[in-house]
Design a protein around this ligand. Structure first.
Ligand SMILES: [Zn+2]
Length: 420
């Protein structure tokens, strides 16, 4: 297959690369060559070209952190901070997923919206309900998107309607992983303790064992000051929040990395451990604004070589559009520089774009850029409504990044397969 258009992606160095009217040659979902039409080898001269004319073609975006069951109440309860928000809005909503008929309706809306969004891949929290989690994974598999999904674990500090015993949490996680083993091509399970306050020491230890070498782990880290104080009380043995996870679940054991959402209050010591354990940070700027959590020190993470991707954190964030998160990440980094640390220079457009594509893409393998050997995740963007009179592709891309909600997507490919 050959796809042609104006290619915009990020280089390994994190700069924006523009290739005007170039062809992407794809074999079995993988990019085998990028060149102009004239440079196509003779063997491909008679191949049909999917010519998208003057459209922009960008890599599929990656949502590193979101909660599928919370999609139903986006935009509500934004007047609270994390712990009150969880108790008032989130836990009662997530409890509804015990009812599989409710889950079916709600998850269908979520999967439809994610399919239509600019994201081709996502790392997703479900709820603690095994049956509804498998249903969600079935639907995501059907959509053609490529996702990691976690059955949530929680055995303390929740409501009566949304809690497991330690034993049932361990047991249902094992059963769920068994079901996942042979059922999916595109959908993978990820171990998902909600956060330290929701999981007893015993449960965290068992999840570390279940994770072993073969599974990833996702959770929340250093999001809100009250939450951090609470973790200190719950884990007096730990030198910090990440250390509490590390001491209980041995974060260095697996081949599949850990993803931690937020990391707003991670200090130098925690940054060192993030780096040492090769943890991916899912930066969720809109969520951090909505729940008044704070501003994460993203410049410091990037300077220390910590991998940072972007997350919508539905429903603490309200938009599934990862480019809106990129814009908010740039905005928050400017406030951080202005108000908090003059040495932390604001994020550049290219860095935010890389955090939406290439950096989190590495979690999935060779994903998130247009290079030989990379999986062909592509979005075909019609930006005519914005940029009719602009020739400069860089300016067109910059406006698209800020105003993507006004543009339309002509097609969406995941590993070379057209899903929209
Ligand atoms: Zn979250």
């Amino acid at each position: 297959m050959i796809v042609k258009g104006n290619l915009v992606d990020c280089t390994e160095k994190g700069t924006i690369r523009i290739r005007k009217k170039n062809c992407i040659v794809i074999e079995e979902g993988i990019i085998s060559k990028i060149c102009s039409e004239n440079e196509l080898p003779d063997s491909l001269k008679n191949e049909e070209i999917e010519d998208y004319g003057d459209s922009l073609i960008i890599p599929g975006l990656i949502d590193m952190h979101l909660h599928a069951p919370q999609f139903a109440f986006r935009g509500l309860g934004m007047d609270m901070e994390l712990l009150d928000w969880l108790n008032t809005y989130t836990f009662p909503e997530e409890a509804k997923y015990k009812d599989i008929e409710y889950a079916k309706k709600a998850y269908k809306k979520f999967v439809d919206a994610l399919t239509k969004s600019y994201s081709t891949r996502a790392i997703v929290f479900a709820t603690l309900h095994t049956q509804a989690t498998i249903l969600l994974m079935d639907m995501l598999e059907e959509s053609g998107l490529k996702c990691f999904v976690g059955k949530v674990n929680m055995d303390r500090n929740s409501t009566d309607e949304l809690i497991e015993t330690t034993e049932s949490s361990i047991d249902s996680t094992n059963k769920w992983l068994e079901v996942c083993e042979s059922r999916y091509q595109n959908t993978k399970p990820v171990i998902t303790p909600r956060f330290i306050p929701s999981c007893s020491d015993k449960l965290m230890k068992e999840l570390g064992k279940i994770r072993g070498e073969n599974y990833g782990l996702q959770s929340h880290l250093s999001e809100n000051p009250k939450e951090i104080e609470w973790v200190k009380e719950l884990c007096p043995d730990a030198t910090g929040y990440l250390d509490a996870y590390d001491k209980r679940s041995s974060l260095n054991k697996s081949k599949v990395p850990t993803v931690m959402a937020h990391c707003v209050y991670s200090d130098e010591k925690e940054m060192e451990l993030l780096k040492e354990r090769d943890v991916y940070v899912a930066h969720c700027p809109q969520s951090n604004i909505c729940l008044s959590s704070g501003i994460a020190p993203i410049r410091k993470f990037l300077n220390s070589g910590i991998k940072v991707g972007l997350g919508s954190d539905i429903a603490a964030g309200y938009s599934l559009n990862i480019l809106n998160q990129a814009v908010e990440a740039i905005g928050l980094s400017k406030l951080y520089w202005r108000y908090i640390d003059k040495n932390s220079k604001p994020l550049e457009l290219a860095e935010a774009f890389s955090m939406a594509t290439r950096i989190p893409g590495s979690y999935f393998g060779k994903v998130g850029a247009f290079e030989e050997g990379f999986e062909a995740d592509m979005l075909i963007i019609d930006d005519g409504v914005l940029n009719k009179d602009i020739d400069d592709l860089r300016k067109r891309f910059e406006r698209f990044l800020y105003l993507s909600d006004e543009c339309s997507m002509k097609a969406k490919y995941v590993s070379g397969k057209k899903i929209l």
